[in-house]
Design a protein around this ligand. Structure first.
Ligand SMILES: Nc1nc2c(ncn2[C@@H]2O[C@H](COP(=O)(O)OP(=O)(O)OP(=O)(O)O)[C@@H](O)[C@H]2O)c(=O)[nH]1
Length: 777
């Protein structure tokens, strides 16, 4: 239901409304006053040309209409003049209205809508004609239709005829709960009969002469089905007024609305109703008991051939998918429930420990020596010279290297090329990776691990140090060069600390390039003094330190003694003699096999998969089944080479090549740890380690190096600092660990678990510096 009030021209009404205030305050005039105010408020909404009100009772509306016509407003009212405001508006009229203080000159000119009556203009929605008695064509058509329908309705029996009811009851229905009747029981609405409302008594339809009447509001009632009368409780407001409403009308809003229900009963309303079709009426009676048209369509489709086809298609698609899936599954390199068993190779079940003890006296002992030192100290040149002078490298090879080195302007590197084999190493003149070579003396076999001196390749140096029995520390004795390598950023100290941390106890210091200093004894003594002091603090015993004055370039004191008189102040051993005195550390050959892979390659047509490395602990023999941790692929040892000679078995300390069967090269990586399948290493994610700190340590992010493997990790806990002499705890839970301190710490591997176990040697680095090294506890 919609009440449309169309405003064509707005006039003032307060002066007329004020008449109510002069009367004694009765229930009636109180309502009159409230109603007027409400209407006045409505007319103040100047920005809106159409005001829509929903929920007015018809009696109140009619009363309001009559009031409006009884007190027509004039556009030229004296109220427009501010000086007359107080005369026109009785004191206290607006006292209970919050917005009553609005300046008058800002008020709209209000005019009440005219109510047109039968026989006058009945233009729908107000029309435009003001000529009395003249009806528009559209209104005439509507009127004719209404009349015809009224006549038709008159022909119905009284029981069938829709009961005309008042607007108030209809509005009441909207605001109250539905009676006990169900929707199905509610009579279907019938076409509405529009009944024109006669003019109210005493109202003057004629505008005063010379006045322009506003566009009339046409309010009509329609006949609607009988609705049960509202009870007292039904008209109780269902919700309290909003905050905005209260601010506008105060506590009177409830009263006003209820008052309006009673007093606007005669409001002339326009109802836009659409007569339901016969089918719709029938549907309404059925109460939607049957299936909806959509349901009917869907039901029909479901039984049609098309849908069956779809179902069949879906079935066939599903079958095809299943078939394809089966095919894909068949193509997969499946994850078998059990790992394939590697091929069995005849195993002699040799007692390796016993065999080793028997052969010990016949075999030369093998020792690995790592050559360390600051960059360009002359390590490669020194080892090249050693190999050349010991007959491992012949004259022709050296001449060839000299010629090639001269071509690129690096003739002084010819000896270094014996170990620096890669093109990049030769052109750059730096060692990048560990170079392995070997030589033999009457007393023993030596494997050289030439480490890079540049700090960028420290991880490679660590990999070499992890396999060493002892170390040769090369120092450039040139002015300034020793100091450069010895300071905080130099590698002389770092390398020495690293090898000691990796378990190397024996160190030979080669004071190199003394040819440039004319074999200056003072320089040699100076270097020896400083290095002895430092190496002692690093944990080397003085009996395990030795210093050799030498020149790798000239070969003096490497393999041969210097010419007589060249170094009169030195009568000690040459470098190679000193090496022969060094004994490798005893290995635990009876323990479980552990060998870190240093290379994986194709060992020939008959040996498609070969790995090399040094057995750190335990022993291995042909026919053993091994596993490379952290991988879980198994393989069978089908052949062994020790020092390039075929062997039936090998023990800790041997550098070996293992030819494998039953495994692909892809499943083996440098850094993996080879174990027997019955005693595999279990990778660790968190562990405790005894370390020697090179830098200040706190709980911090680190890189953990284990041979060639490295992973990110974190120091999670500083457990205790230890006494360097006896290893006892000096302080528990220290806040930090100072450089040079021995300590116990907890380490967490943040990536994949590392193949570590008790006794594994690790190095910790951070921000490009080696901060600590130690052993897993
Ligand atoms: N005069 C003189 N020069 C030497 C001696 N030893 C090495 N050199 C020179 O020092 C330079 C570096 O020699 P390398 O053997 O490459 O030094 P390195 O320590 O192996 O270098 P990186 O492995 O890259 O750290 C070369 O030009 C050599 O000729 C020496 O005893 N006397």
């Amino acid at each position: 239901m919609v009440l449309l009030l169309r405003r064509r021209k707005v006039h003032h009404i307060p002066s007329e409304l004020s008449r109510c205030d002069g009367e004694e305050k009765t229930e009636e005039n109180s309502g009159c006053r409230s109603t007027k105010r409400l209407v006045y408020f409505i007319f103040r909404v100047r920005s809106s040309s159409i005001i829509t009100m929903v929920g007015f009772s018809s009696s109140s509306a009619r009363t309001t209409s009559r009031e409006m016509h009884r007190y027509p407003c004039h556009s030229e009212s004296r109220l427009d003049r501010p000086e007359n405001v107080n005369d026109r508006v009785p004191s206290g009229f607006w006292s209970d209205v919050p917005w009553g203080g609005v300046p008058v000159f800002r008020l709209a000119e209000l005019v009440p809508p005219r109510i047109l009556v039968e026989g006058r203009t009945t233009g729908l929605l107000g029309g435009s004609s003001l000529q009395p008695g003249k009806t528009s064509k559209l209104a005439a058509l509507a009127k004719a239709r209404s009349k015809a329908k009224a006549e038709k309705a008159a022909g119905l029996t009284s029981s069938d005829a829709p009961q005309s009811t008042t607007a108030v009851s209809l509005l009441d229905k909207l605001s109250k709960k539905k009676p006990s009747t169900t929707p199905a029981e509610t009579p279907a609405p019938t076409p509405a009969t529009v009944t024109p409302i006669p003019p109210a008594a005493g109202t003057s339809p004629e505008p005063p002469p010379g006045e322009i009447m506003p566009e009339p509001i046409v309010v009509q009632t329609i006949d609607i089905p009988q609705i049960p009368a509202a009870t007292e409780s039904d008209i109780t407001p269902k919700a309290s007024p909003s905050g905005f409403a209260k601010s506008m009308f105060g506590r009177r809003l409830d009263e006003m609305l209820l008052d309006l229900d009673d007093k606007i009963a005669d409001a002339q309303l326009i109802y836009f109703s659409v007569a339901p079709s016969q089918k719709a009426a029938a549907k309404a009676k059925q109460g939607f008991e049957g299936p909806s048209p959509d349901d009917v369509v869907i039901a029909a489709q479901s039984q049609s051939k098309g849908l069956n086809k779809t179902q069949k298609t879906e079935k066939s698609t599903a079958a095809t998918t299943t078939s394809i899936q089966k095919g894909i599954d068949g193509l997969k390199i499946g994850e078998p429930s059990e790992k394939p068993t590697p091929p069995k190779i005849a195993r002699k079940k040799i007692d390796v420990v016993a065999e080793y003890e028997k052969s010990k006296s016949k075999r030369k002992e093998n020792a690995n020596l790592v050559v360390i030192g600051h960059v360009d100290a002359g390590k490669s040149t020194l080892m090249g010279r050693l190999l050349y002078d010991s007959g491992v490298v012949d004259e022709r090879t050296i001449q060839k290297y000299k010629q090639e080195a001269e071509k690129i302007g690096k003739s002084s590197f010819a000896l270094a090329w014996v170990l620096d084999q890669t093109g990049e190493e030769r052109t750059r003149g730096v060692t990048i990776d560990i170079a392995v070579n070997a030589f033999e003396t009457e007393k023993g076999r030596f494997t050289i691990l030439d480490a890079p001196g540049h700090r960028d390749f420290i991880p490679n140096m660590i990999a070499g140090a992890a396999q060493a029995d002892f170390a040769v520390l090369v120092i450039d004795s040139s002015p300034g060069e020793f100091e450069a390598g010895f300071n905080i950023r130099g590698q002389t100290k770092e390398h020495a600390l690293l090898v000691r941390s990796m378990g190397v106890q024996r160190i030979i210091v080669a004071v190199n390039k003394l040819d440039l200093l004319h074999w200056d004894q003072d320089r040699f003594d100076e270097i020896r003094q400083q290095m002895t002091q430092f190496l002692t603090t690093a944990g080397f015993q003085s009996k395990n330190m030795s210093f050799i004055p030498c020149s790798g370039l000239t070969g003096d004191n490497i393999v041969r003694k210097p010419k007589e008189g060249l170094v009169p102040w030195y009568s000690g051993p040459t470098l190679i003699e000193e090496l022969e005195t060094a004994k490798p550390v005893a290995k635990a050959i009876e323990k479980a096999l552990r060998m870190t892979i240093t290379d994986v390659y194709r060992g020939g047509v008959t040996n498609p998969v070969t790995i090399s490395g040094r057995i750190e602990v335990g022993n291995v023999q042909v026919g053993d089944t091994i596993i490379a941790v952290p991988g879980d692929e198994r393989a069978t040892v089908k052949g062994i080479e020790v020092d390039n000679e075929a062997a039936e078995w090998a023990v800790a300390g041997n550098n070996v090549q293992l030819h494998l069967a039953g495994i692909e090269m892809d499943h083996l990586k440098i850094g993996d740890v080879v174990c027997h399948t019955d005693s595999p290493l279990v990778p660790l994610r968190e562990f405790e380690a005894k370390i020697l700190a090179f830098e200040s340590l706190t709980p911090m992010m680190i890189d953990i190096h284990r041979g060639r493997l490295n992973a990110s990790g974190r120091i999670t806990k500083l457990v205790a600092t230890l006494d360097k002499g006896n290893g006892t705890i000096t302080k528990k839970k220290p806040r930090h660990i100072g450089p040079g301190s021995l300590a116990m710490i907890n380490i967490l591997v943040t990536g994949a678990p590392l193949p570590l176990e008790k006794g594994s040697k690790i190095v910790l680095r951070a921000d490009g510096l080696t901060v600590a090294a130690g052993v897993v506890e």
